[in-house]
Design a binder for this molecule. Sequence first.
Ligand SMILES: [Zn+2]
Length: 326
Amino acid sequence: MPEGPSVRKFHLLVSPFVGQQVVRTGGSSKKLHPDGFQALWLQDTQVHGKKLFLRFDPDEEMGPPGNSNPVPEHLCGGAQGKGAADQKQASGPHGRKTSDGAFRSLELVVPQGSDGPACVGEDTPAGGAERWLQVRFGLFGSIWVNEFSRAKKANKRGDWKDPVPRLVLHFAGGGFLVFYNCQMSWSSSPMVRVTCDILSEKFHRGQALEALGQAQPVCYTLLDQRYFSGLGNVIKNEALYRAGIHPLALGSLLSPSRLEALLDHVVEFSTDWLQGKLQGKQRHTEIYQKAQCPAGHQVMKEALGPPRGFQRLTWWCPHCQPQLPR
Ligand SMILES: [Zn+2]
């Protein structure tokens, strides 16, 4: 699944289309009915951790867009769209339209819309309508702007088959967005605490440090999206290496200054990754998927995770990241 920096980039690709009306649709999504987007206005977009949210409003005379099926569609293989397209961006906001509550601030923490999950699937009046499209990207998930992803190699049968877009939205400004390999569903609001989002300006360091200081291996805590929204396995491995901390070190045994340093590396690596992405640079990792660390030591690799929890491949250098004395 793309980590926070990738989804941030998708958010930036979508942003120029805010304020425009959908004039034509396409895509293979069965659950979402791409033609249901016809004539809707893209009114806002937000990113929270690894999820992208797009708010669509109907014209006044139309019903709410979220008419429907709360069941997320399944990820399908096949789509191979890697990397998002270059941005021949659409011609800016076009016919921007405002409506109540359309432009919500990022610090939103309380679910908007009075009805909440109970109304999922109901054909509710505007107040409780599910107007936020929630997008979760699969492993090769991506958004392309004004062009389609093309096959990069033949499949097993020798066919050069282009990835099938899940959703295509053409806008009044002349540009279009193409969504590949993602799960989409309607929700009433982005219910995310931005204070946990490692790339948000509102990221709350104190809260994050408190979480890291728990008496459990720091590599478990880092992947806990309740505290570190947007943080994935790459960032985990890189931040631990750069901070010189063993992945199984208990947070409670690390000094406050070492926890601070770890957090600094999390934020710095994530921010650099995002900046690099925006400039089209390759991600640079020092330990993730490496056989040797930059100092030439042999790297250890093991699947680590909480008991009965998801075990994630973890790379570390036993010299640069020594185990703490017990
Ligand atoms: Zn090393």
